[in-house]
Write a protein that binds this ligand. Structure first.
Ligand code: NDP
Length: 335
């Protein structure tokens, strides 16, 4: 089998030198386990965090260890009750073309939906958008929501759910084409291209026009310039589900200290800022799937995928995604 291991830790921005492709013996399933041939590998922003050794909510990947990640594949040998060769399953196999796991860590997939949806719109990222918005955003009809990375699997779920609940949804995305997709494919009322605004101040002016009644919910995916633009436009009692800060995953860009302004805004506007990690909410995945899977099947909830072929190309696809070069859920298709 082939796998990609962490070769070294990045100092700041990661590069291809931080990864290495290796051959390894095919694992043998122990009692209760199944061996899976991976067909789809998910690449997600959180993996950048696992490359660094600093303290976080999850342990880092060790040097020489397989990069962590979820995949979808087919069972090729099983010593587990309830799983048979040919079953399509979701599991954490890492960046590898085969993986072994106990049956309790594998989920058999509904054959009526394309299997890769279990990694995106109906997987961890889609669920993150759903749980973050409904539990921590507490959306009300007529309110205004802003979310960046608007065409990605988290942002596009948040925007579509917000629209269906009767909110005004303003997206922020990198480039004109992504902004067009945000409004035409995902139904955002407006979308702003953050790349067209070098300064937070200029982005803020554009946002003030797109959100004339102020912002009630800022679903935080990126931090950086977008956060700086949004804060002064937040309405009293606004909510900020704090999901990710991808602009800072490889260190912040320095610049003036805006912490006092930010903190004072939280106080005077009585904002609720709620950091959350999706794995704390896993008990609600069934509710999410019951509500959203039929809407994906009917086309009411839409999604985009950005597919790269071949395990050896996973590092490049991952690095491209961190820089915004993806459009939709980043996936690697294995032969
Ligand atoms: P995406 O597929 O949307 O990919 C990341 C996107 O981030 C890029 O495409 C780019 O979009 C945007 N981006 C990157 N750098 C910047 C920047 N400097 N400023 C503005 N935007 C930037 O990712 P996901 O939908 O999978 O994830 C979105 C966020 O949610 C991430 O921060 C992720 O870490 C977080 N997350 C958190 C979870 C949790 O449990 N808390 C679980 C899952 C995800 P564009 O080109 O449009 O700007």
């Amino acid at each position: 089998m082939r796998r990609i291991v962490l070769a070294s830790r990045p100092e700041a921005e990661p590069g291809p030198e931080n990864f290495r492709l290796e051959e390894a013996p095919l694992p043998e399933p122990a009692e209760g386990e199944a061996l899976v041939r991976v067909r789809w590998l998910s690449l997600d922003p959180y993996m950048r965090g696992r490359m660094s050794a600093g303290p976080s909510y999850a342990a880092p990947v060790g040097i020489g260890e397989t990069m962590t990640g979820q995949g979808v594949g087919e069972v090729i040998a099983s010593r587990a009750e309830g799983l048979a060769a040919g079953d399509t399953v979701l599991g954490s196999f890492g960046w590898a073309d085969h993986g072994c796991a106990p049956a309790r860590e594998l989920r058999k997939l509904d054959a009526r939906l394309p299997p890769a949806t279990a990694l995106g719109v109906l997987g961890m990222p889609g669920f993150t958008g759903w749980v973050g918005l409904t539990e921590h955003g507490r959306p009300q009809p007529g309110e205004t929501l802003v979310v960046a990375a608007a065409t990605g699997p988290v942002g596009s779920m948040v925007g579509q759910l917000a629209k269906a609940l009767g909110l005004r949804a303003v997206g922020i995305a990198g480039g004109e084409e992504k902004c067009r997709l945000a409004t035409e494919t995902f139904g955002f009322d407006a979308c702003l291209d953050h790349r067209a605004h070098a300064e937070a101040r200029s982005l803020r002016r554009a946002l003030a026009e797109a959100a004339p009644d102020g912002i009630d919910i800022y679903f935080e995916n990126v931090g950086g310039k977008v956060l700086e633009a949004v804060i002064p436009l937040m309405n009293d009692f606004g909510r900020i589900p704090l999901c990710g800060t991808i602009a800072w995953y490889s260190g912040d860009e320095g610049g003036p200290d805006r912490l006092p302004t930010l903190w004072r805004s939280v106080l005077v506007k009585r904002l609720s800022v709620r950091g959350f990690i999706v794995t704390d909410h896993w008990d609600r995945i069934g509710d999410f799937l019951a509500e959203v899977a039929p809407k994906v099947a009917s086309g009411e909830i839409r999604y985009l995928e950005d597919v790269t072929e071949g395990l050896e190309n996973a590092p490049d696809a991952f690095l491209k995604m961190l820089g915004g070069g993806n459009t939709g859920k980043t996936l690697v298709k294995l032969p």
